[in-house]
Design a binder for this molecule. Structure first.
Ligand code: PHE
Length: 373
């Protein structure tokens, strides 16, 4: 700015109106020039230059000019200083306009700043791919809250209060809930299974739904664990649903996701809300089943949990529906049966993309993320 505006106080050759007009139009031009040079980038420097209390140009000039002014020139001088001050204040009030003035100073021959288009996060792509496989089978999507009650997260899913099965899902409890009855206490949902209950309480069978979402556990972060991660739940309820329907559905889904040569196998397992329950393994997609480091030389990779909906779950749903006046026996275990499954999105993404540290998904590191573009 120093280059544009000299610090010297201009000489005033007389106090008649034409001389004042000329002197002030020079000052007005100086204000415009310094606004274009720096008001947008550094409005404080611009303000100090013109309005600074000690060294401000307006103050020095007005003092010098007023000192020698004949009494009749004070009014026309004062008026013109006020106008100039308004011009300066208008620049400070309108940073956008000032910026536009600066644009004139841009060298348009310089290369521009490239803004790369964004890409979906690899976890979202994976979530989408899984959900799409089930959409093609006629499933639709349901969502539920991340802050959940003990009833939906545990009790209705056949985890009784104080039952050791709760220890398998280290839970983050919301503080200050002690005065509430146990079933109403809030916690961060540890799985997407509570949305099974919410959906069945609200809707009649037949149901074929997938439930993607965030879940929370009081787990220490390591290469394969994160206290916040994503699951996709599946639920199918209808008449005559059997374990072979569950096997066929998951076998198809695994082949659709990992390739048609992938085999699935079901291992007996335990979940309080399914009976019988199973862990599903797929043949190792890295070695084809012959054994490698990734599958710990077993030839198999464990991927998800599943099972037939436990009649106790249907009973809990019926109890809730009754409270809401939906006393229709729609979920009578003698009439309907169903299966459910739950899988971790991060685990799928890690296997699909060969990622060995779950933390990479949350790091925001462009060198990692750009590999998925
Ligand atoms: N909710 C279970 C978990 O998070 C997974 C699961 C879902 C198992 C549905 C069986 C049926 O571990």
């Amino acid at each position: 700015m120093q280059d544009v505006i000299s610090q010297v106080i201009p000489h005033l050759s007389g106090y008649d109106e034409p001389t004042l007009d000329t002197a002030f139009s020079v000052l007005a031009e100086e204000v415009s020039a310094s606004a274009a040079a720096s008001a947008a980038n550094d409005p404080e420097a611009f303000r100090l230059l013109w309005l600074g209390r000690k060294q401000g140009r307006l103050k020095s000039i007005s003092e010098t000019w007023l000192k020698d002014a004949p009494p009749e020139a004070r009014k026309p001088l004062g008026m013109r200083f006020n106008q100039l001050k308004q011009q300066i204040e208008a620049v400070l009030d309108a940073p956008v306009a000032a910026k536009a003035a600066v644009v004139q100073g841009i060298d348009v021959s310089l290369p521009g700043t490239a803004h790369k288009p964004g890409i979906p996060h690899p976890l979202l792509t994976t979530l989408d791919a899984i959900v799409t496989v089930f959409h093609h089978l006629g499933y639709s999507t349901r969502l539920g809250p991340q802050v959940e009650s003990d009833f939906y997260n545990f009790e209705a899913l056949n985890f009784p209060p104080n039952h050791p099965a709760r220890d398998t899902q280290d839970t983050l409890q919301i503080a200050g809930q002690e005065s509430k009855p146990g079933r109403d206490r809030l916690l961060m949902r540890t799985h997407t299974s509570p949305v099974q209950i919410r959906t069945m309480v609200a809707e009649q069978p037949p149901l074929r739904i997938v439930i993607p979402g965030k879940v929370h556990r009081n787990d220490a972060a390591d290469a394969t664990h994160s206290p916040i991660f994503h699951q996709i739940e599946g639920l199918c309820v209808d008449t005559n649903i059997t374990f072979s329907d569950l096997k066929g559905t998951l076998d198809h889904a695994m082949r659709a996701l990992f390739g048609s040569s992938v085999k699935t196998r079901f291992f007996p397992s335990f979940f309080p809300f399914t009976e019988p329950s199973a862990d599903v393994q797929i043949s190792c997609i890295f070695c084809g089943g012959s054994g490698c480091r990734k599958c710990k030389h077993s030839g198999w990779i464990e991927l998800l949990g599943c099972g037939m909906v436990d009649p106790a779950v249907f009973d809990a749903v019926t109890g809730e529906r009754r409270k809401l006046g939906r006393d229709d026996g729609a979920y009578d275990p003698a009439k309907v049966s169903g299966f459910a499954f739950g899988m971790g999105v991060e685990r799928f993404a890690m296997i699909l993309h060969g990622v060995s540290d779950i933390g990479q998904f949350y790091s925001g590191d462009m060198r990692f993320l750009e590999q998925f573009s």
